[in-house]
Design a protein around this ligand. Sequence first.
Ligand code: 5AD
Ligand code: SF4
Ligand code: FES
Length: 367
Amino acid sequence: MYDQEKIIELLQTNPQKADITDLLNANEGQQKILLKTAADVKSKYVGNIVYFRGLVEYSNICGKNCKYCGIRKDNKKLCRYTMTDQEVIDAALYAHREKYASIAIQAGELNTEKFVGKITSLLERINAETNNELGITLSLGEQSEETLKMWKEKLGVRRYLLRIETSNRELYEKIHPNDEKHSYQQRLDTLKLLRKLNYQVGTGVMIGLPFQTVENLAEDILFFKNFDVDMIGMGPYIEHSDTPLYEYKDQLLPLAERYNLTLNMIAICRIMFKDINIVASTAMQAIDPKGREEAIMVGANIIMPNLTPQKFRENYLLYQNKPCLNEDAHHCKKCLEKRIRLTGNEIGYGEWGDAKHYFSRQFRKLK
Ligand code: 5AD
Ligand code: SF4
Ligand code: FES
C-alpha cells in the first residue's frame, strides 16, 4: 500500500508504466488514498473551482463510421439534425448572459466546404454579438491546416478538443473501419498540427473499450505526458446497441469497474500533470447519477452544461443512457450549480478558465 507521499513521488518524478498500472488497479483502501491525493493536488495547483463550457451539439451528421459511436454515418435509426444559425446564436447568447464565459461547439465530423464555411460564419456572428467575450472551444474532428489556422488566427478560437480515443495504434485500428478516413496517423498529425498552431490542445481516451487492457490505459497517460497536453477529456466507454462494437458487450468490464477506472485515470492525471484542465465527462453521469460530482472531487475542473435545444438531445446519443435528455439549458444550469456546491467547489462564473498549463508552456518557450 502506498501512502500519499509515495504516490506523489511515483507520479511526479519520472513515472513508470508499471507504477501507473498498479495505481490504475487500486481499489478500496488504496483507491481512497489515491483519490484523496488527487483532491489535494487539485486544490493546491488549480483551486477548488469548476469552469463551465456551455455545450452546443451543433449537428449529428457525421461522415465517419467509428465502430463505437451511436451517431456513426451508417446508423440509419436516428433522425439527423443541424441546429439553425439562430439556435446556435441563442445558445451562445444564453451562455454569455449567464456568465458561463466559454462555450464548446461539438458535431459529427464533416470537412465539406459548406460545413467549414457555416462554422466560420457562426463564429463571426458569435464574436460580434458577444463582443468577443466568449472563450470558444471547438470539437469538430480532423480538419485541414488551412481551416484550423483560420479559426485560430482570424476568429480567435482558443481551444480544440480532439480525443485520440486510444493511443495504441493496434487498438485504434480495431475500433475504427480500416480506411484512410479513420487513420491513426492522421489523428496524431492533427493533434500535432493543433499544437503547432498554438491552440490549447485537449485530447483523451475512452476507458473500458473492448480489447483494451489496463496497461493500454497506462500507456495513454504516458502519451498525454509526452504530448504535454493542456486539457484532458476522457470517460468510460458505454456500449450502444446500434453499433458494430456492441457484439463484444459480454467481454466488457462491468460498468462499475469502468467507472472506478475512470476515477483512477482522472486522479492519476491530476497528480501527474497538476495544472491542466480536466473535464468531468457526461458519460460518468450515464453510469452513476453522482458521476460528474465524483470526477470533480478527484481532480476534474471543467464541466460542460448542455445548451443544445431539448428537441435535438435524443438524437445526439453517442452512447446509451445519456443524461439530460428531457431537460433544457436552464434546468441543467440549476442542477449543476446544486451538484457542484455539494462537492465544495465554486463555479468560475465570468472567467474563461484557460488551462494554466498552456501559459506556463508559453513561458517555458520564452526562457
Ligand atoms: N461511449 C463513450 N464515449 C463515446 N464516444 C463516442 N462513442 C462513445 C461511446 N459509445 C466519445 C468519443 C468521441 C466523443 C465525442 O465521444 O471519445 O471522441
Ligand atoms: Fe463521428 Fe465522432 Fe462519432 Fe466518430 S466518434 S462517428 S467522428 S461523431
Ligand atoms: Fe442536465 Fe442535471 S445537468 S439535468
